[in-house]
Design a protein around this ligand. Structure first.
Ligand code: SAM
Length: 185
């Protein structure tokens, strides 16, 4: 794939990637709030893609490009150090222990993400499932490519200032209040 910046009509200052955007509320709100940023957004759920496309059209957003297949395939195609920011917000929790291996945060996916994120680039992971919060934090810190930015509890238990609540988040389906982990490459 060519440099992702060339996918946009005007060369964006930064390129962000959102993985598993659901209905795309966060994608369209961030795209509107950050018109100089190009947003690549990935979702496999057709109704979610359709909802996001209709938001893009309604808001006349020019800075979003959608990928309608597995985000892991997109990540593998992206050039090294081409993404400034990654959002993984409320990924499928796979609550049963025997399904935890299906969770997207795995060492090989962290290898792939660390390849495409620019030095100093950011990763945000949010969940409302305790076992996923624990597992993701442990896996990301053990992996070592991303430094956790929190210095006090409010840094992860309060929504970051630039956070936009997602549809899934508002359903409160998890077993804890949402946590937001911000990392830097
Ligand atoms: C629990 S939902 C959360 C959606 C959204 N982030 C939100 O907070 O409302 C997780 C989403 O990730 C999508 N998803 C799961 N695995 C994916 C993958 N490998 N690539 C792209 N999307 C994926 C699912 O289709 C689902 O819509």
């Amino acid at each position: 794939m060519k440099a992702p910046a060339t996918l946009f009509e005007t060369s964006p200052g930064e390129v962000w990637l959102e993985i598993g955007f659901g209905g795309g509320e966060h994608v369209s709100a961030q795209a509107q709030a950050n018109p100089d940023v190009g947003i690549l957004a990935s979702e496999v759920f057709v109704e979610g893609l359709a909802k996001c496309l209709s938001d893009i059209e309604e808001k006349a957003l020019k800075n979003v490009r959608l990928w309608d297949e597995d985000a892991r395939e997109l990540v593998d195609l992206l050039p090294e150090a081409s993404i400034d920011r990654v959002f993984i917000l409320f990924p499928d929790p796979w609550p049963k222990k025997r399904h935890h291996k299906r969770r997207i945060i795995q060492p090989d996916f962290l290898d792939a993400l660390s390849r495409i994120v620019t030095p100093g680039g950011r990763l945000r992971f949010a969940t409302d499932v305790r076992s996923y919060a624990d597992e993701a934090l442990e896996k990301i810190l053990t992996h070592g490519a991303f430094d956790w930015q929190a210095s006090k509890a409010d840094d992860w238990r309060r929504p970051p200032e630039d956070h936009v609540r997602t549809r899934y988040e508002t359903k409160n389906l998890g077993d804890i209040a949402p946590v937001y982990f911000d990392f830097r490459r």
